[in-house]
Design a protein around this ligand. Structure first.
Ligand code: GLU
Length: 507
């Protein structure tokens, strides 16, 4: 195989959907598996859809996932520039070449004329008429007008686009690495605009020219681009580059967990899980969307989850590091069918990756999530906390839910859990134990527990009836790790303060 060169070619239009990251991942794995190069190219020719900040955001997402491009707008490379808006000068000559060869034509239609065409040709059988072999001769373009008229219009600087002349009744075949042979009927495809009135190429022209100039050998992209493939195949052919055309693979969709269709941002909002890689705030609307990162996923887990959404190794193995994936990935084990996203399973993957971290590593990872809640967390303290609660945590955010009482006195106390069975002897016990606990020499869980038990026995109280109240006093609810571990961690004076506060509330 020639040196493999793949590309991820996002348009900077908003947050990065997990399907987009999976496209990055499969490109990356394929390149690295074959010792090839992974290129990041920013497809920003559509000025109307351009969103400020989206490019930096994409880079940050790739960095978080550890999927760093070898060539990119930031890193540069032998085929720079890697932003299509900076490559404008490349495209015009190829559009012109297509015109000269009769594969493309000038079109002078105004937006009103296009609208008029749509209403004029609209029938029940054809509710959305296209600019194609059926309508093009009724429009104002260099196929329908005389040569003199065209020269005159061009000479006057009349705004125009360049369109691809789609052949009629031709079947175009393509070998897709995942789908096998795919056929397209060209009569169903419209005459796509290649160069816009502002001189910018459209995606269709730019993607082909840049894949050619950047010597891309394999183009893996989402299934939603399959309908565009015949346009691209024809452009490769018409530009005389067929031999250099990359091999295509259209990746299966990531589907909603319930029902049918592609998983959307709205599904995530509806079902309560993230869909974007990282938090995204749309600068136009101020709308915020949560990301996997901020929801508490580890990048290793996120990558592992995405790898399994569409690919399997053919074995029972489910946990793969990026390095494992690089070694084992092959495009022929990518499925054709869409993969349903299962959030519970995603959380399970994350927990597996949490278990693979040392407590020291986890403390560093968890710290920002604790600080976000306004608590101060020293790393050595946090290390002990994560050791006690990691079994209960699927997400890095769970460490706060499961362990907030290690950092702050609980704000809410579930008194109803103990009030029913409360009596004076319990009040006396806790009051006295708080005083007596100053006798505990070494403040560790085992000694605290022993002291507590001895005093309960001496008073003829059942330990079992005192444990739940102690937990409620320290934690606020019926959860958390061993209550004496908690007492040991928060220290004697904090423990005493919490007990006394609840005793007051119980009256
Ligand atoms: N710019 C396209 C996108 O936004 C890229 C499609 C392709 O990879 O060809 O997804």
């Amino acid at each position: 195989m020639d040196t493999v060169r793949v590309r991820f070619a996002p348009s900077p239009t908003g947050g990065l959907h997990l399907g987009g990251v999976r496209t990055v991942l499969y490109n990356y794995l394929f390149a690295k598996h074959h010792g090839g190069t992974f290129v990041l190219r920013i497809e920003d020719t559509d000025q109307k859809r351009f969103v400020a900040g989206a490019e930096d955001y994409i880079m940050n997402c790739l960095e978080w996932c550890g999927l760093l491009p070898d060539e990119s707008p930031v890193k540069g490379g032998p085929f720079a520039p890697y932003r299509q808006s900076e490559r404008k000068h490349y495209y015009y000559q190829y559009a012109q070449q297509l015109i000269d060869a009769g594969y493309a034509y000038y079109a002078f239609d105004t937006p009103e004329e296009l609208e008029h065409m749509r209403s004029r040709f609209k029938t029940d059988a054809n509710p959305v008429p296209q600019y194609d072999h059926l309508t093009r001769m009724d429009m104002r373009n260099s196929l329908s007008l005389s040569q003199e008229q065209v020269i005159e219009l061009l000479g006057k600087g009349t705004p125009h686009v360049i369109r691809l002349r789609m052949p009629q009744n031709t079947v175009i075949k393509m070998k897709d690495l995942i789908r096998g042979e795919v056929e397209f009927d060209t009569s169903l495809v419209d005459d796509k605009v290649l160069l816009k009135a502002d001189g910018m190429p459209t995606y269709h022209l730019a993607v082909v020219v840049d894949d050619y100039l950047m010597k891309i050998t394999h183009a893996f992209r989402g299934e939603e681009w399959l309908p565009s493939a015949p346009v691209h195949l024809l452009l490769w052919k018409y530009l005389g580059w067929e031999k250099e055309m990359p091999q295509w693979a259209h990746l299966p969709l990531i589907l909603k967990p319930d029902g049918h269709g592609k998983l959307s941002k709205r599904d995530g909002e509806r079902l309560g899980f993230p869909v974007f890689a990282m938090d995204w705030c749309d600068p136009r609307t101020g709308e915020k969307t949560t990301g996997f990162k901020e929801r508490g996923f580890l990048p290793e887990a996120f990558v592992n989850i995405l790898a399994m959404l569409g690919w399997n190794s053919g074995t029972e193995q489910e946990i793969f590091s990026l390095q494992d994936l690089v070694e084992q990935f092959s495009i022929d084990r990518v499925h054709k069918g869409g993969a349903k996203f299962d959030y519970e399973k995603a959380k399970w993957f994350n927990q597996q990756w949490i278990f693979r971290k040392t407590n020291e590593e986890l403390a560093v990872l968890v710290r920002p999530f604790i600080e976000r809640k306004g608590a101060i967390a020293k790393l050595d303290y946090l290390e002990k906390v994560v050791a006690l609660i990691k079994e209960r945590c699927h997400l890095l955010t769970d460490f706060w839910e499961q362990g907030h009482f290690f950092f702050k006195a609980p704000e809410e106390i579930d008194l109803s859990a103990i009030a029913g069975k409360w009596n004076q002897s319990k009040t006396d016990f806790f009051n006295d134990w708080v005083q007596a606990s100053s006798d505990i020499k070494s403040w560790d869980a085992a000694e605290i527990e022993q002291h507590f038990n001895e005093m309960a026995t001496a008073r003829g109280l059942k330990k079992g009836e005192l444990m739940l109240p102690l937990r409620i006093m320290l934690v606020g609810g019926k959860y958390g790790p061993g209550v004496f571990d908690i007492a040991a961690m928060i220290g004697r004076s904090e423990m005493s303060a919490r007990i006394q506060r609840v005793l007051q509330q119980l009256g």
